[in-house]
Design a binder for this molecule. Structure first.
Ligand code: AVJ
Length: 328
């Protein structure tokens, strides 16, 4: 069988490109304007995100590495004790962190299939190739698609034993009600004994959080602005990217980092594929991303409200980050 399944179309039959154009048209027509962070991850965006993960300011990745390396043995001990299971990795990306668990599972000669899911086809192709080279014995079934398509995959394989990974604080991109709905829908496709390992960024000094989204070298700014470049490339937009700037701000009461693209001048932008001109006032902002930070009580409560119980919490030494193991 092919190692990569590409789920290109949405349930209503429209393609991903159609929905990108549609979502951009809707988002830029709204007041206030917004674009979804799910569109950050084209080939260039995935590459930029890999650079972000290597930044000294972006503590999330090194903290989660620390957690997984320190606790890999204990973590995989909780995974489906007997028999074959599917390890479903939502938003796998380059899967550098997951590879820590994969090599531990391999070392213990556990029987499983690895199912990485990501919206970036480039990322999944690269991942399949690197796994083929580094861990040829691991069975891989990559899925290129959005989270809801991963949920369909879960539904189709409902009877199997499953461990779902949702690492890297990817859940932080959802609004709070969406994250609950998403966890509930994962839960509905799991059986007693199945697990969810959820990576969450914890609340901490606001300056530490702020710096992670305003790095000195400007990679995060480039990552945000790439969304406008992508609209230019794929939808025939004429954004002058020099006339927009990255702005990211943390709200310590809501525990959320909000990222924006701010128009530095009064300007009009034409997007050919939408055949529309969008007007920007000077200093008008497009909201592009939420990155939620949680308290452990909040995480426990989210789990409870979606039918999960905490089995164990794994943390780094500074307690910046947590990988929370939930069980059904
Ligand atoms: C991949 C969603 C976890 O929100 O921290 C990094 C993406 N945005 N820098 C995050 C991101 C800006 C990241 N997640």
């Amino acid at each position: 069988s092919q190692p990569i399944v590409i789920l290109q179309s949405k349930p209503d039959g429209t393609s991903m490109t159609d929905s990108f154009a549609q979502d951009v048209a809707i988002g830029l027509n709204q007041t206030p304007k917004s674009l979804s962070s799910r569109y950050f991850y084209d080939g260039k965006g995935s590459e930029l995100f890999q650079q972000i993960m290597a930044l000294p300011e972006y503590y999330l990745t090194s903290c989660e590495f620390e957690v997984l390396i320190a606790h890999k043995q204990e973590i995989v001990n909780y995974f489906a004790a007997e028999g074959f299971f599917h390890l479903i990795d939502l938003g796998a990306g380059d899967a550098l962190k997951t590879k820590i668990l994969l090599s531990q599972l391999q070392k213990e000669q556990r029987k499983f299939e690895y199912v990485p899911v990501d919206i970036s086809g480039d990322a999944m192709a690269q991942l399949c190739q690197s796994l083929q080279e580094e861990m040829p014995a691991v069975n891989v079934q990559a899925v290129v698609g959005e989270y809801f398509q991963a949920l369909e995959w879960l539904q189709a394989n409902k009877a199997e034993q499953k461990v779902v990974l949702f690492l890297g604080s990817n859940i932080g991109n959802f609004k709070l009600d969406e994250s609950l709905a998403f966890l509930q829908s994962i839960r509905s496709f799991l059986n007693p004994g199945d697990k969810l390992l959820l990576g969450v960024d914890l609340r901490k000094d606001p300056d530490t959080i702020l710096a992670a989204y305003n790095d000195a070298t400007g990679v995060t700014a480039e990552f945000n602005i790439n969304l406008l470049r992508r609209i230019n490339r794929e939808l025939g937009g004429d954004f002058n990217i020099n006339r927009f700037r990255h702005y990211a701000v943390y709200n310590p009461q809501e525990g959320v980092m909000k990222s924006y693209l701010v128009s530095k001048a009064h300007q009009d932008v034409y997007i050919k594929d939408i055949d529309k001109t969008f007007h920007f006032d000077a200093w008008e902002a497009i909201h592009t991303e939420y990155s939620h930070k949680y308290s452990l009580q909040q995480v426990e409560e989210m789990g409870k409200q979606s039918g999960f119980a905490i089995e164990q919490v794994f943390q780094d030494k500074r307690q910046y980050f947590a990988d929370v193991l939930f069980t059904v």
